[in-house]
Design a protein. Structure first.
Length: 143
């Protein structure tokens, strides 16, 4: 199966399938695509199962492109927990990606990553945070 030039132009099922089959091109799976995939896993599985399945899929994809070192467990898990919380706060019976994205633009920004509000830069740059989930170490103002 040939990878698309962008992951945003494919269906939800195609995104999950291509992620799990490692057929997404390395340069086509951007931050917003990661967030969309995490959202989809959280729609399909309970939180802890989504964390396990999504993390495994990301690790496999990175390794398939020869970039296993790019996987970052703290960032991955932090986004999953944050997305899960935002989904719960929305209280939608059937969450819809477009609605979630519209209501949570800050989660879609990589340059101004919401995770940076919870973690010091040196923590996110550490090998420990890359290998295991590290708890937030920065005070966050009330949302």
């Amino acid at each position: 199966m040939k990878a698309n030039s962008t992951a945003s132009g494919i269906t939800d099922q195609e995104l999950i399938t291509r992620l799990e089959q490692c057929t997404l091109a390395a340069d086509s799976f951007h931050h917003a695509d990661h967030v969309r995939a995490a959202f989809l896993y959280l729609c399909r599985y309970p939180l802890l199962e989504a964390v396990e399945k999504f993390s495994t899929a990301l690790q496999r994809l990175a390794a398939s492109h020869g970039k296993a070192q790019r996987y970052h467990q703290t960032i991955t898990w932090a986004y999953l927990f944050l997305i899960h919380e935002r989904m719960a706060r929305a209280e939608q019976a059937r969450p819809v990606w477009q609605e979630f994205a519209r209501q949570n633009p800050g989660v879609l920004s990589w340059e101004n990553s919401v995770v940076k509000r919870y973690y010091r830069a040196e923590t996110l740059q550490s090998d420990l945070a890359r290998r295991i989930f590290v708890l937030p170490d920065q005070c966050v103002p009330t949302l």
